[in-house]
Design a protein around this ligand. Sequence first.
Ligand SMILES: [Zn+2]
Ligand SMILES: [Zn+2]
Length: 330
Amino acid sequence: MAVKPLLLIALLALPLPARSARNLDIFFVDVEGGQATLLVTPSGESLLVDTGWPGFNDRDAGRIAAVAAKAGVKQIDYLIITHFHTDHVGGIEQLAAKMPIRHLVDHGSTVERGANAEKLYKSYEGVAAKGKRITVKPGDKLPLKGLQVEILTSNGDITTRPGKPNPLCAGVPHKAEDRSENARSVGTLVTYGKFRFLDMGDLTWNKELELVCPENRIGKVDVYLTTHHGLDASGPAALVHAIAPRVAIMNNGETKGGVPAAWRVVRSSPGLLDLWQLHYSAAGAGDANTGEKMIANPKGEDSGNYIEVQAQSNGKFTVTNSRNGFSKSY
Ligand SMILES: [Zn+2]
Ligand SMILES: [Zn+2]
């Protein structure tokens, strides 16, 4: 049947699909200093890491759902909750009200006590009861098609995968023991062909050092989501410089994370081509912020612009700032 000219014009005028089916897409959703990272695999499966904050009229769940819609994702196939803090798991009920969540991945029960900690954990259990809950340990892999999703850390345990000696470990001081949920964070390494992406939630200093000292068990990565929002309780140079990311993305808020000490460790990492930020950092002010074009949300109130990475299996990838369309290929 011949297509009528008017219909043809209408079809041509449609915007192109937001994503190519052959790419791994990673959307770094702005949840104002929390975390929500949505991965959409080449076969169309979805993996979300964390759900941002609760409240604010469903702000964070709404931002995640909007990005999911843009990527053509109607459900979350796997949700990793890195740990049970408000800025990571707080938005889970609001998100579950917007879209089905099939598998829920966690490190086990919360280790924190008190009304807020218990409320957060209960809300997680409530949503998990409607899907399939998977408590992971290091070495586990999530069965997504076409890529490898490997758990490196969980519940304070560290992977035993072999690594290479790390010369940056000498003389690195430890910090006071962290008994909070942060140190229990589920850390994940995603490998798509030659492309490698690292997300370790809010893992803190001593656990990070265990992962790379004396042997670097992670290897090198292409894209690194700065651990713990770019706070200096995390992100020792012995780790960041050893994994030598080509591009780092900082999930800071305007007034949370993105502190100059952590920012400088990332910025000075050997081989780093660019540091992108979800937000302008007030703490970084004039001398510890990246270029304006690579900041998704500049100073002041914002509309939740995101950063998108489109990765190919040959290791090449493109980063785009949704605010201004600025994009760069690596
Ligand atoms: Zn956090
Ligand atoms: Zn945390």
